[in-house]
Each structure stands twice: as C-alpha cells, then as structure tokens.
Ligand binder design. Structure first.
Ligand code: GTP
Ligand code: MG
Length: 878
C-alpha cells in the first residue's frame, strides 16, 4: 500500500515536474520569439523585458484595454539591451505575478512605486502604466470602432508630452535617474531628447535600447524631439562614448541627426508670414548656403539679397539667394522704423547705423535695391553705387554689430560653386565673443596682449609702431606725474622751512650747481621745462606734443630722471597715485625709447600701459585685421582711442585733435577696440574683444554691441585696494571701490542679463608684495577682513587669505544682483603662464555653462581658480 502510495506520489511529482518544465519551455519559446534572432535567453535575474500574455479565457464583461505595440524591429539589435513594449490584452484578474514583477523591473523603481500608490488608491492593480502612456502615439485614431481606446490616457500637450512629463515627475529631479531613482547631482545623466527623462550610466542603455533615433527613451521612439534640444542633435556625450564603441556612437549620432522623426516639419517654419511646404523646406535645406541650426519659428527672407532673420528682428544670416520659399517679404518684416528700405523691407536702427558708418548716404525715404553680391543701388536709378560688403572696415563694423556678412572672398562676392560643400563650412569665421573689460589700469590690456602672444597672430608692424608711440607718450606722462609730485613735496618742505618757492627758485642757478633750498628743488632750466610740461598736461594737450616731440626732449627726460630732486620724489612713489610701477622701467631707457630706431621688445609691449587701437595691417590674413584703413598715429591716438574711454567725458570735454577733428564723445559711439583675434581654446573658436571702461556704465550704449557675448571677463587689480583715483579736487576715490561700482554697473547692464561672468583678480604679485605692509581694511569695503592669525602670519598666506576674501566679496555682490554664481580667477598678467591658465579655466567655465544650460548634469563648486594653488586657501580647503 505504502509502496503504491509512494509510486503514485512519485508519478504525480513527475507529472508536476513535467508540467513545470513544459511551462518553462513555453515561456522560453515565447521569449525566444520576442528576442532578436540568435540572442540568448536571459535568466530570470537578468530578465529586463516587459512582456505580456495573450488572454485566452472567457469573455470579460468590460472593455479590454487595447494598446498597439511598438515595432520591435526598431528596438532590437546592436549591443544594448532591447526593451520590448507589449500588446497587452490582459484582464486585471489574470495578470501573473511574473508579468507584474517584470513590469516593475521595467519601470524605474521610484516611478513605479509612485504609480502603484496611485493605482492602489484608485482600487486598481498596477499594470504596466508606462506601456499604456508611452505608446499612445501608436494607438489608432480615437473613435476607431474596431479598437476602442479603453485605456484612459493622460492629457497630451501641444508637443506631444503627457501630463506626467510636463509636470515634473520624480525621476526628473536634478541628478536623479528616471529609471533607478538613484540620485547624485555630480553624476552625468543622459537625457531623452523627447521627454527629458535623465538616466544614469547603468540605466541609459536599458531605458534607451539600441537608439534607432538617437537618445530617446524606448517609449519616445517615433515622437518628435523637444525643440529646445535641437542644437544638441548628433552631438555625442561623454557617457555615451564610455558605454558604446566609437562605431556605435557614430551610428547613433547619425541616426539622431538623420532619422525622419527628428527632422523639422515644414509647417514649423513660417517664412514671410507663410508656413512652408515640404518642397520649400527641402529647397532651403538643400541650397548651397542654408540657414544654420534652423529651429521652428517665424522668419523673414529677402530672396534678392539672401538676408535672413527672425520675424521682427534684424538680419541674422545671409543664406543662398533666389530661393522660392515662403510668402512675399513684408515692409515690417524686421520691425524697422527708420524709413529707409532695402528690397522693400524697412531696415532696423542697427542696420542704419552700420550703413552710416560705412558712409552710405541714406536719408529718410531712401529705397535701396541690394543684390546678393553686395552691390546696391537706389530704386529706379539703375546705377550701382557700390558694394556694401566690399570694404573690410564695413565687414568689421557688421561683425561688431552682429550683422551678417557674406561668406566668400574679401570683396564680398560670394562664391557659390556647385562643388563647394557649404554645409560643413561655417558661414562666418567669427567665433563666440568673449568680452574682456576692466577699469583703467586693471591690466586688461596686458591680459589681452598675453592672449595675443599665446593664441593670436603676431603684432603687425602697424600695431608695433603704435605701441612704440604709446610708450613714448606714456614716458612724458610719467615724468609729468613725477614733476607734479615734486612741486607738491617742494612746497610742503619749504613751508616747513618758512620760505617761499619763488625765493627758492630765484636761488637756483642755471648751471645746476646751486645750493638747493630743499631736496625737491630743481634748477631753473629744468623748472622751465617742468612748468611747460605741467601746463600742457593740465590743458589736456599732452597728446598734441607727444610722441611727436619725443626725440627732441629725450635728453631732458634723461636729465630729469637722474636729477636728485626727482630721485627723492620717486622714493615717495606711493604718494603719487597715478604713477604706475612701470614708470621707472621706461624712464630708465628714456634715450633708447626716444630713438627713431626703437623697436619695443616683448617685455616693453607687455609693460606698456594701454593697447594698440583698431589699426591693423592691410596684408594681415585675419578677417578682423584685413584692410582696416590705417590711420596716422596722431589721428589714431585721439579719435580712435577716445571713444573707448568716452563714458567719463562730458560734452565739454570733447577736444579737437591736430587735424581739427572733434573726438567723438557720445556714449553711443561704438568703441574701436584693438583688433580681436581668435582663441583656439577648443573646437569652438573664441573671439577675444577688449574694451576699456571709463566712468559709469549706465546708459552705456556701446556695451549693447556685445550683448551676444558668450561671456564677460571682468578684470580687477587686486593691488588697487589702497590706491586712490584722483578725479579732480575733492574727488579722490578708492580704486577698488571704483572697480566694484564699475563691475556692478556692467553686471546690471541689460545687455548682459544671463551672460556668464568671470572675474579675473589681477596683479596678485603686487598685491602679495604690499599686503603685509598696507592693511586690506584701508579699503572701506574690506573693513571686516580679519585674517585668522595662523594664516595671516606669513605674507604669502595672508595674501592668499585676502584673495579668497575679496573673491567672496565679489561673489556675494554678483549673487545678490543675479542669483548666479560668479567665477573667479587669479592672474599675474605679466606672467604669461597665469594668463594661459586663466583662459583654460574660462574654457572650462564655458563648458560647465553649456552643460548647465543643457541641464545635463549638476556642478560642483568650481567657481574658484587660482594660478598659485598653494596660495589659495579655498583650494586647500577643497
Ligand atoms: N605688477 C603687475 N603689473 C601688472 C599686472 N598686470 C598689468 N600690470 C601693469 O599694469 C599696468 C596697466 O596695465 P594695462 O594692461 O595697461 O591696464 P588696462 O586695464 O588696460 O588699463 P588702461 O589701458 O589704462 O585701460 C601696465 O604697466 C602693466 O604692465 C600684474 O599682474 N602685475
Ligand atoms: Mg588698456
């Protein structure tokens, strides 16, 4: 009996085992059918597929949810784990625990639990909600009688995103992976181009599958991308490069750029008031010079000239002309109000300004015809008046005003050769603008010059000539400052002795062997020269005489510099606030500098105060320096330089130069900065533009020219904290406070809203040298500086501490104005390596900013940079 029972039990268990085996085999076969041919069946632990079973039970009394599958062929293949979306006919009561477990694994744990909670609260079981909402694109048109849409889908917004995606789901939290729910703000995340779900490196391939349309969640495949991400199409990320082979990355990026689902739709582009048709879009994209980075929007297009812009805005590009696209160009296309018309369009103020600077006569009610080669004529006159882009100076002005110039040769005649692939050739040679600003004497010119030595072309002969003249003129400025100081010190000394200066002067004998009334007294001959020099300086006429008379007076300068009275005066240089420390360097070489053959050395160039203005070699190859008309030195020194510093000039300060021209003193006048050049800091070339600041920036019109700057680099001299800016009697101002106000003015300027700022705290060497003897609290902004004694004990660490303190002061100020982080660097601009470091840092900042704007990943606080790591307490703390 017992044996029979045991046999029966054994038979029963064999049957059960066989059944189980059969069931498993059936599962396996089903899985095999769903997987790509040859793919191994993953074991239970590794199983990462969402699957469904076909319901074969009795008819259910309620409507069955109907979801159409994503075409699995798209999702399979390559190295990534494919994720199969399902056709689910499963009634709630028949869902197996396995399917639930699988769907649970398929969803991000966090998202799933959230949804499960929601379902449970509604009394429903959790079934694969991701599948239901995510494949809704595939569902038949609503109301189709054959396949009633029994699943309630979320509301879909205009861009095809459902409510969950529009309202921030939990996985969208900064740094939180949308799939596994793990968060780390410092870790890189790959974002879906459609719904912006972010995935960590562990989940990205599982969530995005083989990426047949690039970086999209599997459930977003087939859906149009989020337009704000269009510019990142085809640009790979570090994470992807780590996870996939180079070939795979290339294929994914190619698919991302070229797959139909990611292309612009013609109706997304409205040109001259009319949405495009497919053939028009094809014509635009296929023309020799198409608009770059075309985004959906409303544009205007002037088919005669090729000018292209956003509706209501100035021209942005020049594309191929004569394309038959869009409606008719409207008069108000660019919202101009100048009563000057080009090809029927009323031009904007900026265009008019450029035309005027290019000396094109354009009184009101002028109607021009502009052709695509740049030639123009007045309407009805049949007489070509010139070529608008023919002059290099006009092209420079256009670039400064962010107006387009045609690609092609320097005559402005575009070369549309059919064999010339313009798609891969950038339209312009102009890179992103980096605007370098700084108050007087902060060292911005030195940084610019160092950058030019590092990354730019050599100084042209004309630039060198101008630097030479600048050095010669500066030499007389330094001498004048010394003579002014000498007079003051002499007066003070003689007052102490109770004798008058006139008496003292009368004692002085011409041979210089007189008994001097005091150590600051000079002989009559020198006194005579001194009075003359101080007078022309007071009249503001120094530039009218020097450098022209440099050679003539060189021996006098040398004599002065060696005179005991001037040596004594120089000993008190700390009291002569406008005397820079380079004065002695140049006065030591007064005779050499004044010679006709003098050629400034690299050191002279760097030490020279100021920078060459916008004169350049006509033979230079840079688009910025080619053909800019060379002006005579005298003109350059007055008319060209003044506008940069013009903010502090009032109308009454306008003065005439030797040629009888009046220097522009309007704050609206664009400054002619030194020729910018490109910094090949990365694949993207940056164009460094230097502009020197004088006076308040409120209403400063020329700053508007740089509103498209990629970043503002603001330079402040650390050593200014105990310096005084003399602006006439009773107007002495601490230089650091003046720098702070100027910085605040630039930050507040409407043109730079949203523009990243990098502050370069320069002259760290001079700062380090003086901080031990001159307390930082001399500057009222730094009154609360109280160095920790251990750190303040040695000069160097005190300087480091003070640097950090000042940087934080600026950071706090910047944050209070913008709620943004200020990036701070440290330089000793005379040392080239520190400038190189600073620009590397700036490049990193721009990369971080790009990443931040693309919201790819969070950032650590990398907002400090010091060229001398050991001297930065912040870096040590980090
Ligand atoms: N010791 C020291 N001197 C510097 C440093 N950077 C610049 N200088 C000197 O400071 C003086 C002024 O520098 P510039 O570069 O002409 O200053 P700027 O900001 O262009 O001033 P403006 O041309 O007057 O607008 C020059 O003599 C430079 O050699 C620095 O890091 N350390
Ligand atoms: Mg300068």
């Amino acid at each position: 009996m017992a044996a029979a029972a045991a046999a029966a039990a054994a038979a029963a268990s064999a049957v059960a085992a066989e059944e189980k085996e059969g069931e498993e085999r059936a599962w396996k076969e089903m899985l095999m059918r769903m997987l790509p041919p040859g793919a191994p069946v993953p074991d239970d632990e590794q199983l990462d597929y969402s699957i469904a079973m076909e319901y074969v039970g009795p008819t259910v009394p309620h409507d069955v949810p109907q979801i159409h599958p994503v075409d699995a062929r798209f999702l399979m293949g390559q190295s990534a784990s494919a994720l199969v979306s399902v056709q689910e006919y499963l009634a709630p009561q028949r869902r197996t625990s396995l399917s639930r477990r699988l769907s649970q694994r398929f969803l991000g744990a966090v998202e799933q639990s959230q949804r499960q909670e929601m379902m449970e609260s509604e009394g429903e079981d959790a079934y694969s909600p991701r599948a239901s909402s995510s494949v809704h694109d595939q569902s038949p048109p609503s109301g189709s009688p054959a396949e009633p849409a029994a699943v309630t889908f979320n509301h879909v917004d205009e861009q095809g995103r459902d409510e969950d995606e529009v309202s921030e789901p939990i996985g969208r939290k900064r740094g939180v992976c949308s799939r596994c729910g793990k968060g780390n703000v410092l870790r890189e995340r790959e974002a879906c181009l459609v719904c912006d779900s972010r995935y960590c490196s562990n989940c990205v391939l599982k969530a995005m599958g083989s990426m047949p349309e690039g970086r999209k969640c599997v459930s977003c495949i087939g859906r149009p991308i989020d337009e704000s991400k269009r510019s990142s199409l085809g640009k790979s990320s570090r994470m992807l490069c780590r996870l996939c082979s180079p070939l795979e990355v290339r294929q994914i990026m190619k698919a991302e750029k070229e797959c139909p689902a990611n292309q612009l739709l013609p109706e997304q582009l409205v040109v001259n008031g009319r949405p495009l048709r497919q053939e028009e879009l094809d014509e635009i994209l296929g023309c020799p010079i198409p608009p770059r980075r075309l985004k959906p929007g409303r544009y205007w297009y002037d088919k005669d000239s090729g000018l292209w812009g956003k509706e209501g805005e100035k021209p942005h590009l020049i594309i191929s002309s004569k394309l038959n696209v869009g409606g008719k160009l409207r008069t108000d296309a660019s919202n101009g109000n100048t009563q000057v018309y080009i090809n029927g369009r009323e031009i904007t103020k900026t265009e008019l300004r450029v035309l005027k600077l290019a000396k094109v006569q354009c009184p009101r009610e002028t109607h021009f015809w502009l052709y695509d080669d740049g030639s123009y004529e007045e309407e009805g006159q049949n007489n070509i008046k010139g070529n608008i882009w023919g002059k290099a100076s006009t092209r420079l002005i256009c670039s400064l005003f962010s107006l387009p110039t045609p690609p092609g040769n320097s005559n402005g005649i575009s070369e549309h050769s059919p064999t010339f692939s313009t798609r891969s050739v950038p339209m312009y040679q102009v890179g992103q603008k980096l605007l370098l600003l700084g108050p007087e004497g902060s060292g911005s010119s030195t940084i610019f010059k160092q950058a030019k030595f590092l990354y730019g072309n050599k100084f042209s002969p004309e630039e060198l000539h101008e630097i030479k003249l600048m050095i010669q003129r500066n030499m007389y400025k330094y001498l004048g400052t010394l003579l002014e100081g000498r007079e003051r010190f002499e007066e003070e000394a003689l007052e102490g002795k109770n004798c008058t200066i006139d008496a003292a002067a009368s004692d002085a004998r011409d041979d210089g062997a007189e008994t001097r009334p005091c150590i600051y007294s000079i002989n009559k001959r020198l006194k005579h020269f001194s009075d003359w020099l101080l007078e022309i300086m007071a009249m503001g006429d120094l530039e009218a005489f020097f450098p022209a008379a440099t050679r003539e007076y060189a021996p006098v300068v040398d004599e002065f510099w060696k005179d005991p009275a001037i040596r004594e005066t120089y000993k008190r240089k700390n009291e002569l606030h406008s005397l820079p420390d380079v004065a002695s360097y140049f006065l030591d070489q007064a005779i050499e500098i004044s010679s006709n053959d003098y050629e400034p050395s690299e050191k002279d160039i760097l030490y020279a105060e100021g920078s060459p203005s916008a004169t350049a070699s006509p033979s230079s190859s840079s688009p910025w320096t080619t053909g800019i008309p060379y002006r005579s030195p005298t003109r350059t020194s007055t008319t060209a330089r003044l506008p940069i510093k013009v903010n502090s000039l009032s109308n009454s300060n306008a003065k005439s130069n030797l040629m009888g021209e009046t220097a522009p003193n309007e704050v609206n006048t664009p400054p002619p900065p030194p020729p910018p050049f490109f910094l090949p800091l990365s694949l993207c070339r940056y164009q460094l533009i230097l502009a020197s600041l004088r006076g308040p920036t409120e209403g400063c019109k020329w700053l508007e020219m740089f509103e498209d700057a990629r970043a503002v680099i603001f330079c402040v001299a650390l050593s200014d904290y105990d310096q005084v800016l003399a602006r006439g009697p009773g107007q002495a101002r601490n230089k650091m406070m003046a720098s702070r106000d100027l910085f605040e003015g630039v930050v507040r300027h409407p043109s730079f809203r949203g523009t990243p700022f990098v502050l370069l705290l320069n002259k760290y060497d001079a700062f380090e040298e003086k901080i031990g003897r001159s307390p930082l609290a001399t500057c009222e902004w730094f009154r609360d500086f109280s160095p920790v004694s251990a750190q303040g004990s040695s000069g160097q660490s005190l300087a480091g501490h003070a640097f950090y303190y000042i940087a934080c002061k600026f950071k706090d100020l910047y944050f209070s104005l913008t709620r943004q982080k200020l990036f701070v660097g440290q330089t000793r601009a005379r040392e080239r390596a520190t400038v190189d470091e600073a620009f590397r840092y700036i490049r990193e900042v721009l990369k971080w900013e790009d990443a931040r704007q693309g919201n790819l990943y969070g950032l650590a606080d990398e907002s400090f940079f010091s060229t001398d790591i050991s001297s930065s307490p912040f870096i040590r703390q980090e």
